[in-house]
Design a protein around this ligand. Structure first.
Ligand SMILES: [Zn+2]
Length: 456
């Protein structure tokens, strides 16, 4: 049996699901599962329980698996061990929300026509629930595919326990392919499938040249100035006008973009003007659209987040500071190795300022999947069929630690089939999601599941 011959039925199924989808989304959104805030501990448990119940009510098996932090929910819509398996990752924890800034209550979902307002509607409870409705349809039609759900509750705090959780539950999570539905399209008119992420390496450089701040009249001219020395060091590490990093060997491992990748970056419709507006920037380092897209998706960076040290109060206090600290991080791209980056960074600092201390902060590895795989082709076709527009393949500038962990532990690439739009307000006030993306999304995932059931 194929679902294509039941195209009409799918259309009806989606329409008939609307009221129930909206009431279920409200149930999830009304639970303030703010992982960042310890005051919401009980809500986290309640959210996991409600989610597991929803999976069971939909005809799947569900289990709440404890971790050292908040639990994960594993859902299972079994077909047969002989059939392929797809694992769909979403997260159901959310960012905090300040009710005084919102036009509706963030944790009391309001429906306005086709739009759903509330914290977590688009990031990522709405997309999670959308996939669940597609799984129900696939299961009811006996699609020869096992569909597993993995819903995390610590994504917004950097997935600190996720890799350990995966390692302890490898058998339960065994899969042939992975889908992540937690990304944003370029615009409503331009669906996007992500296949790459940047990594991150944090560093801290500390310089102490004495035990206390000293008087610039008495000591100035002879005493060293750590704030000045760190500023000079940073100036030698990169050209702040262009962003180009000048640490020797920094770009050696950067994977060159293929002609097809560049073509998709152009087709994505990304513009520097739109970017400036979206992020309220007065000006940018580059004005060319392709160069801009490359700089945020496919090139590594070095950024200074802050320099501390010296006197920053009102007026002038004529001291020579005795210590300073620079907080720096580098966004990494394939095939850069964080270990090598830490080494060349440290060597560079030590050569310039031998008595500076270099401390390593957190590491996230860069990630790139295969955009030419059968699963990527299936995703592209499913998105085109469901939304009537061909998607582009893009990379993401940020990092999703969970994706690299799944690749490491489960051994499979992930494909990012997100449903969120820029106007949905990811992490912002008045976050929302809508029926258009839901109904299209259910169809997209049904079509994707159908295609994947034929791959082995
Ligand atoms: Zn998210």
């Amino acid at each position: 049996m194929t679902l294509q011959v039941q195209g009409k039925q799918l259309e009806d199924y989606v329409k008939d699901s609307r009221a129930e989808f909206e009431s279920n989304l409200k149930k999830l959104v009304d639970i303030p599962s703010v992982s960042m805030d310890p005051a919401h501990k009980a809500d986290m448990v309640r959210c996991a329980e409600e989610a597991a119940k929803m999976i069971r009510d939909a005809g799947g098996e569900a289990e709440i698996v404890q971790t050292k932090g908040y639990p994960c929910v594993i859902g299972d819509f079994k077909s047969s061990p002989d059939h392929p398996t797809v694992l769909v990752y979403n997260h159901i924890d959310v960012q905090p929300a300040d009710p005084s800034e919102w036009k509706t209550e963030p944790f009391n979902m309001k429906i306005d026509g086709e739009t759903y307002f509330g914290r977590g509607t688009t990031d990522d409870k709405g997309p999670a629930l959308t996939v669940l409705y597609a799984a129900v349809y696939a299961r009811q039609n006996n699609l020869p595919l096992n569909i597993k759900f993995l819903w995390e509750l610590e994504e917004e705090i950097g997935s600190p326990n996720f890799e350990a959780f995966l390692k302890e539950n490898v058998a339960k999570l065994k899969t042939d392919s992975i889908v992540v539905s937690d990304t944003i399209w370029i615009s409503r008119e331009r669906p996007a499938i992500g296949y790459g992420l940047r990594g991150l390496q944090g560093m801290l450089v500390r310089l102490k040249t004495g035990t206390k701040d000293v008087h610039s009249g008495l000591t100035g001219g002879l005493a060293r100035n750590p704030v000045g020395e760190l500023a000079g060091l940073i100036g030698k590490m990169y050209d702040p006008k262009t962003g180009q990093v000048t640490i020797p060997g920094y770009y050696d491992k950067v994977r060159k973009l293929t002609a097809d990748e560049e073509k998709d970056f152009v087709k994505s419709g990304f513009t520097v003007d739109g970017f400036k507006k979206a992020h309220e920037l007065h000006s940018t380092r580059y004005t060319d659209n392709l160069e801009g897209a490359k700089r945020i998706w496919a090139m590594p960076t070095l950024e200074v987040h802050g320099i501390t040290g010296g006197y920053t109060g009102p007026g002038v206090k004529t001291i020579v500071p005795h210590q300073a600290e620079a907080k720096i991080s580098m966004r990494l791209v394939p095939d850069m190795d964080p270990e090598e980056v830490v080494k060349i960074f440290t060597d560079f600092v030590k050569k310039e300022i031998p008595d500076a201390e270099v401390l390593r902060e957190g590491t996230l590895h860069p990630y790139v999947g295969d955009r030419a795989s059968a699963h990527a082709a299936a995703a592209k076709q499913a998105m085109t069929d469901a939304f009537g527009v061909e998607p582009v393949f893009v990379r993401e500038g940020g990092s999703i630690g969970a994706v690299v962990s799944m690749k490491n532990v489960l051994g499979k690439d992930a494909i990012f089939m997100g449903l969120s739009l820029p106007e949905h307000g990811y992490h912002a006030i008045n976050e929302n999601y809508d029926w258009k993306q839901t109904s299209g999304g259910i169809k997209m995932f049904v079509k994707y599941f159908e295609a994947v059931s034929k791959l082995k």
